[in-house]
Ligand binder design. Structure first.
Ligand SMILES: NC(=O)c1ccc[n+]([C@@H]2O[C@H](COP(=O)([O-])OP(=O)(O)OC[C@H]3O[C@@H](n4cnc5c(N)ncnc54)[C@H](O)[C@@H]3O)[C@@H](O)[C@H]2O)c1
Length: 385
């Protein structure tokens, strides 16, 4: 049994104060209990998640699952995980666990997350947590009924660079914020067709990071206007050969955050990117925020940032801040959630924020369809710091 420090004590007090609003599952675990984790979807991204999860002291990996049985078996063997399954129903019936980590194709996240919640499991879902905002909202309602929790990727709000930018804005150091831009793109994944099928697309795969960052920094969006397109109508992918591209592979999204603040996100699967899919060595700004007294530029991608450049009225020469990565890595989402469940603390990653980003993605597509500005319903607690 570990002792708790002052910070944890204060957090526990705050958590208790919020107990009336918080589903009971967060309190179902005694302090620092091991969290039993099952991973569903043993493809590309599991090669990042599993090594990270396997090193977290509060995590016990108990099972893997994939509809391609060989993948589940190989992952279980590699990480010495006792059980592996080829179907979620067998997984849910076969082994007791606390948290499902969903790393499957985007289109099946909603269905699998629902099954896990109905089975009384907490869920960490890769993005998007559902195919539509309504489906995502229903999942959250279901989680509350079931007394469990659900969270959705990404984990960008956990980086020290995000924290620096959020605090700099909140402290008024860049004055009144007016505008922001973010971009992320590469030539598109080559291994699986789902990225290009209906329900896939560059918005939920790539734009999702920038949308989470800009709404996290500037506040929930009130409305959205967007244009999307398909630049490459046919692709060849490893698992299906030649396919027709049905989801947008090019997107421009404008957001109105209220109080006059406007921002822009562009993403796509047709960007020549000298830094490759892994973004290795990307040292240029991908996010810029302009205020009346200063400008902030995030260096590198928001999911793997290297620092923040700040220039202000008082100090016009740009200075680099927050160059230390700390413990943040983009694949930490499920690990952070496991630690939160284990220690009864509330993570910064917030499901209402993930749902808001999902609604923005849906609204961007509706704006493209209709040519109109789309007013949003969702919001989340802001500021995050
Ligand atoms: N690959 C990356 O670098 C990366 C990075 C961040 C996030 N993501 C996200 O992770 C998710 C998975 O992406 P990926 O690149 O690993 O794809 P992938 O195709 O490599 O892996 C997906 C796996 O899920 C399995 N699967 C599909 N339906 C299933 C079902 N019903 N039950 C069990 N298993 C099922 C597939 O067989 C496959 O092994 C996506 O949401 C993607 O956006 C990927």
């Amino acid at each position: 049994m570990s002792t708790i420090n002052r910070k944890q004590f204060i957090q526990a007090g705050a958590a208790l104060a919020a107990a009336a609003l918080t589903p009971p599952a967060l309190f179902a675990f005694s302090a620092d209990r091991k969290i039993k984790v099952a991973v569903i979807g043993c493809g590309s991204v599991s090669n990042m998640y599993l090594p990270h999860l396997s090193k977290v002291p509060q995590v016990e990996l108990v099972a893997t699952c994939d509809i391609i049985p060989e993948r589940a078996r190989a992952a279980a063997e590699k990480y010495q995980i006792a059980r592996h399954y080829d179907h979620i129903d067998k997984l849910l019936q076969g082994v007791s666990f606390d948290l499902l980590v969903n790393l499957t194709d985007m289109q099946v996240h909603g269905d699998l997350n629902k099954k896990a919640l109905l089975g009384g499991r907490n869920v960490w879902s890769e993005k998007p947590m559902a195919n539509t905002y309504a489906e995502g909202r229903a999942l959250l309602d279901l989680a509350r009924q079931q007394g469990v929790r659900i969270w959705g990727a990404p984990a960008v709000v956990n980086s020290p660079q995000f924290a620096f930018m959020a605090k700099t804005i909140q402290e008024g150091k860049i004055g009144k914020v007016a505008a922001a831009h973010a971009h992320y793109g590469h030539l598109g994944p080559h291994w699986s067709a789902f990225f290009y099928e209906k329900g896939g697309g560059s918005l939920p795969d790539l734009g999702v990071y920038n949308l989470a960052t800009l709404t996290g920094l500037l506040g929930p969006a009130k409305s959205v206007m967007a244009m999307t397109s398909i630049v490459t109508p046919e692709r060849t992918v490893d698992n299906m050969g030649k396919i027709k591209v049905e989801a947008e592979d090019n997107a421009m999204v404008l957001m109105d955050h209220g109080n006059g603040v406007l921002s822009h996100v562009q993403c796509g699967f047709n960007y020549f990117d000298p830094y490759g899919h892994e973004g290795e060595g990307q040292d240029k700004p991908t996010i810029s925020i302009w205020g009346s007294r200063g400008n902030l530029c995030l260096i590198g991608y928001d999911w793997a940032p290297f620092g923040v450049d700040l220039a202000t009225l008082e100090n016009e020469k740009t200075v680099r801040h927050a160059a230390d990565p700390g413990t943040y890595v983009w694949e930490q989402g499920a690990s952070v959630i496991s630690e939160s469940l284990s220690t009864n603390t509330e993570p910064r990653i917030n499901v209402e924020h993930a749902l808001h980003v999902l609604e923005i993605i849906e609204a961007a597509r509706a704006s493209q369809e209709s040519g109109k500005r789309i007013v949003l319903r969702s919001s989340f607690s802001y500021p995050l710091f």
